[in-house]
Design a protein around this ligand. Structure first.
Ligand code: AMP
Length: 577
């Protein structure tokens, strides 16, 4: 059970005064402490709306029909109850899996398997992603060994069922994830065939972004008296939505940090809240922003009241420009006008979005709300537009050239202020003496501008990070049918938008290396988003880590010069990659 605040002046039901370390909202949903610990470690502060409703229903054994798109936290909504059932010793009989999750694409199957691995690691739960395009032999071997949870694309699942390598007789729970996508991709018959292999007394949950008639038909046929879960649409009345200019940038996760940096440079916000989903993200983002010269402070539920008061004092005194916060921490804040609200992560419900953006544009003043969405989260933006009846403008990420122009503009504006302020007599003589010589007055002025530009630091070169330009509209990114996979490596949590390289690190379990040490070393030394780091495997005497190919050599060079756990260790590209 989580610790509870005993100080009577602390109101435990007020999230702003809650500085308990465990995500207590989750504890009230009936999850085991070992699962709660994993959520705390991931920095989750409270369940998302879909989790609040789905988790108790699934734990109670009910079927669920959930309307939820990516970004709502639906993966944890179905994964945590499965883990809870496994914890309660409902393991499959023999070698068969206890749970089967069907997902439309290999990317989603990989992401779901990765998430379950994170949540269930401490419990020793085994999860296997099974999808087309990956080596069959490995999947066969793993299935033979036995796993608790299989996450599969329908085509490959059926393939294994026919080979008898996947036996579903012991399956207790079946999840159909992104069912609408599976139907769009022509998997309807495959789904029927797979479901007919599972026990009829199983528990079934179906998630879909929309509940169109054909989804309802599948639900009618395969779900037993399901609990219907929808993210509260009607709570957000169109009139109650604040009038704020809303902008979104669609960027792959790996480029989010650089994108935010550029937007901050372009917008120069005077006072802004930057929202993240988790404590871990808040801490990481604050550190990175500070390292890049921004005056940023973190604010989350893991901090003591005293720490928060200190941060708020700085913010009110204008010694901090950016407050980086979780929803929970921001909820109780009494702050006046904010020029900007940034959603570093899309919020987990439309309600949360409306709350967040309502922090700016108060008292009739102009406000801007800027959201960074990953390509797969575009649905979220559509959904918000539908609900709020307001337009979200999709903007193109500023290019390096835009940044340079903007900085020249800043220098120009500063010079103009100086011209208006006058009192230049002291310097007029310098201009005159240069112009009396061979120099044109225009050239003298240009030289002075150059000097001012350089002295202000506005001439700094951008780190040449390529940020792919996304189309300036919400993309219709229907996933491709499996079979012609893009190049990727099994087990990475990344979408395969870049090639993956493996790096060998000559220290492992015996040297007490943990994944966090490796992520920390890479993320801190190279200032890259920790999310760019893929799967990490720790062996007795060595470890392997997957990183984007394009920066693999930089990582090797940098890590060679770094200490890991206080020691220099051999680092190289892995030969077997
Ligand atoms: P999903 O909708 O399942 O794709 O999840 C979207 C993102 O939200 C993932 O990055 C999760 O790690 C994150 N997430 C899920 N549940 C929570 C939560 N309760 N608090 C914070 N982040 C969460």
């Amino acid at each position: 059970m989580p610790k509870r605040a005993t100080d009577p002046s602390v109101n435990p039901s007020d999230p702003a005064t809650e500085h308990d370390d465990s995500p207590s909202g989750f504890a009230s949903l009936g999850l085991d402490p070992s699962i709660l610990d994993a959520l705390t470690a991931l920095g989750y502060e409270e369940p998302t709306p879909i989790q609040m409703e789905t988790i108790p229903a699934l734990i109670a054994g009910r079927d669920v029909l959930g309307q939820a798109a990516t970004g709502t936290g639906k993966t944890a909504a179905f994964a945590l109850p499965i883990l809870q059932h496994l914890h309660d010793a409902h393991r499959g009989k023999g070698n068969g899996p206890s749970a089967l999750i069907l997902a439309p694409t290999r990317e989603l199957a990989m992401q779901v398997a990765e998430a379950i691995h994170k949540y269930g690691k401490a419990m020793g739960v085994t999860v296997l992603p099974v999808y087309g395009g990956a080596a069959m032999a490995q999947q066969l071997k793993a299935l033979k060994r036995g796993v608790d949870i299989v996450v599969a694309t329908p085509g490959r699942a059926l393939d294994h069922i026919r080979r008898k390598s996947l036996q579903l007789g012991s399956v207790r729970t079946v999840i159909l994830d992104e069912a609408d996508e599976m139907l769009d991709m022509g998997f309807a018959e495959d789904l029927e065939a797979i479901l007919s292999e599972t026990p009829s007394d199983r528990q079934t949950a179906l998630f879909s972004a929309t509940i169109a008639p054909r989804i309802a038909a599948i639900a009618n046929k395969h779900l037993k008296n399901p609990v219907r879960v929808t993210i509260a649409r009607d709570k957000t009345k169109a009139g109650s939505v604040p009038k704020v200019r809303q902008i979104a940038y669609i960027v792959p996760r790996v480029h989010k940090m650089a994108t935010l940096g550029r937007i901050l440079d372009m917008e120069s916000p005077k006072s802004a809240l930057v929202f993240c989903r988790t404590r871990t993200e808040v801490d990481h983002l604050t550190e990175t922003l500070s390292a890049h010269g921004h005056r940023a402070e973190a604010l989350h539920g893991g901090m003591s009241q005293e720490q928060r008061d200190r941060v708020m004092k700085k913010f009110r005194a204008n010694t901090t420009d950016l407050l980086v916060a979780t929803d929970v921490a921001a909820r109780g804040l009494d702050i006046g006008h904010l020029s900007h609200v940034f959603n570093y992560d899309v919020p987990t419900s439309p309600d949360a979005y409306v709350h967040r953006i309502g922090r700016t544009g108060r008292a009739g003043r102009e406000g801007v709300a800027i959201t960074l969405a990953e390509p797969r989260e575009h649905r979220f933006l559509r959904n918000i537009e539908n609900i709020t009846k307001q337009k979200i403008e999709i903007a193109t990420v500023p290019t390096v050239a835009d940044m340079r122009l903007r900085r020249v503009e800043l220098t120009r504006a500063t010079l103009e202020e100086i011209l208006i302020a006058g009192e230049l007599d002291e310097y007029r003589g310098v201009v005159e003496s240069l112009a009396d010589g061979d120099h044109d007055v225009m050239d003298v002025a240009a030289a002075a501008v150059k000097m001012a530009h350089e002295a202000s630091g506005n001439d700094r070169q951008e780190a040449e990070e390529e940020i792919p330009v996304q189309r300036a509209s919400i993309p219709q990114d229907r996933p491709k049918r499996e079979g012609k996979p893009p190049r990727t490596v099994a087990g990475t949590k990344r979408k395969p938008q870049w090639e993956v390289a493996k790096i060998y690190i000559g220290a492992g379990r015996k040297a007490k290396i943990r994944p966090g040490d490796i992520v920390g070393a890479i993320a801190n030394e190279l200032q890259i988003d920790a999310d760019a780091i893929g799967a990490i495997e720790i062996f007795d005497r060595h470890s392997l880590v997957e990183v984007p190919e394009e920066i693999a050599d930089d990582i090797v060079t940098t890590l060679r010069a770094t200490h890991i756990k206080g020691k220099r260790v051999p680092i190289r590209r892995d030969k077997d990659a």
